[in-house]
Design a protein around this ligand. Structure first.
Ligand code: SAM
Length: 444
């Protein structure tokens, strides 16, 4: 297959991209798959290979003439590319058996995801299937008519118009218009329209669509964002943009995580034709943050339990949260946490609260910021140094152990902490950061 100029180079850096097997998969036969209707059981599935990520999905050994099959017209099955059936697992993982949900399928024609969503709701809740392009909306309606569920609305609107239905939907599916590289094997004609400019245009349109529809998703609601493009600017970068600018948390799907052929990335799941049996696809699962939730989730500051070894060092361990940040594990007072999200979003921060230290194997190595902080308990072991020892410590020299005890101790002078020393049987290793040390000759 002759790919467009610059195409393989463009994908070189994409997560999980393996140029040789990718190219060779494009000479393979395109798998044919169908998804059966759970309530119109006429399609025979014996001896058919099941799609790993959708219990109603099956591969056919060859492509029959569906037009000549009456049960196709009766809605017994829908012909759907296999990778895109993975939204079923994503939904099951998030909602278990809960089905009383309002779902919007925003870019729905011809109806692959919508018929899957209708099957999954199985008559419960509400499905709004929307398509902005009128003739395509008619095809969508016909496919949903054939699928037969009554809890379905089909609409023909621009995404902007959904903004007025504020917080209405529990789930929004945005199977976005994209540059379509994932479909080149199935539809080589589509290659004619591919260019880097087209990718950039799609990426901007994807953001516009998502921004327009975002108000309609209720806080805490689920967004399934997908494309059939391999370009990071339409995939992971859009997920990142949703997480940061629209305020959402990128979720994992336990079931999809278990399927080794699916590539897991920072934004979600990639399906490559050389790895999974299906066409190219990207799926990202996101949860809209709730009011006031932004600190922990959006900045990926994961509130974590204080390790016992740290709790024992603090005067009032209950007053602090511990967070994993880009700086390391920090302690921050619970009472001052409000507003910290905005600070961290807009500023380039060098310090947030107090760096606590890290667990190395079973032992906790305390950070220098902790030694200098006011949060430590009086019971923390400490050694009072002479002035000469204190200056040697501040030059970052190892000191002889004239004290006898062992382990991490505060090295203090006149009752004030200078830093940590790791006391060994015959010497004290100096925990002062290199950049803090006195460089001047101090005459000791
Ligand atoms: N979800 C469909 C399915 O599973 O069968 C496929 C959807 S297709 C990838 C993307 C859809 O987005 C197309 O039907 C296209 O008409 C629609 N679309 C194009 N431009 C749009 C826009 N600006 N806003 C919303 N939808 C758009």
């Amino acid at each position: 297959m002759q790919f467009p100029a610059g195409y393989l180079d463009h994908l070189k850096q994409a997560p999980g991209f393996d140029v040789e097997s990718f190219q060779s998969a494009h000479s393979d036969k395109v798998p044919v798959s169908v998804r059966i209707h759970p309530r119109k059981p006429a399609f025979k599935t014996e001896n058919l290979e099941q799609v790993k990520w959708c219990k109603e999905g099956f591969y056919l050994p060859q492509r029959p003439d569906f037009t000549l099959d009456p049960i196709f017209h009766a809605g017994a099955y829908y012909v759907q590319e296999a990778s895109s059936m993975s939204i079923q697992k994503a939904l099951e993982d998030q909602f278990g058996s809960e089905r009383n949900l309002r779902i919007l399928d925003l870019c729905a024609a011809p109806g692959g995801k919508s018929t899957l969503l209708a099957s999954w709701l199985n008559g419960n809740g509400l499905l709004v299937a929307n398509e902005v392009i009128k003739p395509r909306a008619s095809i969508l309606k016909e496919n949903l008519d054939r699928w037969g569920f009554t809890n379905v609305v089909v609409s023909n609107n621009d995404p902007r118009q959904f903004g007025k239905l504020e917080g209405f939907f529990d789930v929004i599916v945005v199977d976005a218009p994209c540059s379509g590289s994932g479909m080149f094997r199935k539809d080589p004609e589509a290659m004619k329209h591919w260019s880097e400019d087209a990718v950039a245009h799609c990426s901007a349109r994807q953001e516009r669509i998502l921004e327009d529809v975002w108000p309609a998703l209720k806080p805490g609601g689920l967004l399934l964002y997908s494309t059939c493009s391999y370009s990071e600017s339409e995939d992971e970068q859009i997920s990142q943009w949703i997480a940061e600018d629209l305020e959402a948390e990128i979720l994992k799907s336990v079931s999809l995580d278990e399927i080794p052929e699916i590539i897991k990335t920072s934004g979600g799941y990639r399906f490559y034709p050389n790895k999974t049996k299906g066409e190219g696809y990207y799926l990202s699962i996101l949860r809209k943050l709730e009011e006031g939730e932004d600190f922990e989730e959006r900045l990926k500051l994961k509130n974590m339990p204080l390790p016992d070894a740290l709790g024992d060092l603090l005067e009032a361990p209950d007053e602090y949260h511990m967070y994993e940040t880009h700086l390391g594990q920090i302690l921050f007072p619970k009472a001052s946490i409000e507003g910290l999200a905005s600070i961290m979003k807009h500023l380039h921060v060098l310090k947030v609260g107090t760096l606590a230290g890290e667990l190395k194997g079973k032992s906790f190595v305390p950070d220098h910021e902790l030694a200098m902080s006011l949060v430590l308990d009086v019971t923390v072991p400490r050694l009072e140094l002479s002035k000469e020892e204190a200056l040697r410590f501040l030059k970052k020299e190892a000191l002889p152990n004239r004290f006898g005890s062992q382990g991490w101790h505060l090295m203090q002078f006149e009752g004030l902490s200078l830093g940590w020393g790791n006391v060994l049987p015959n010497r004290i290793n100096n925990g002062l950061p290199k950049s803090w040390r006195i460089l001047k000759d101090i005459g000791v």
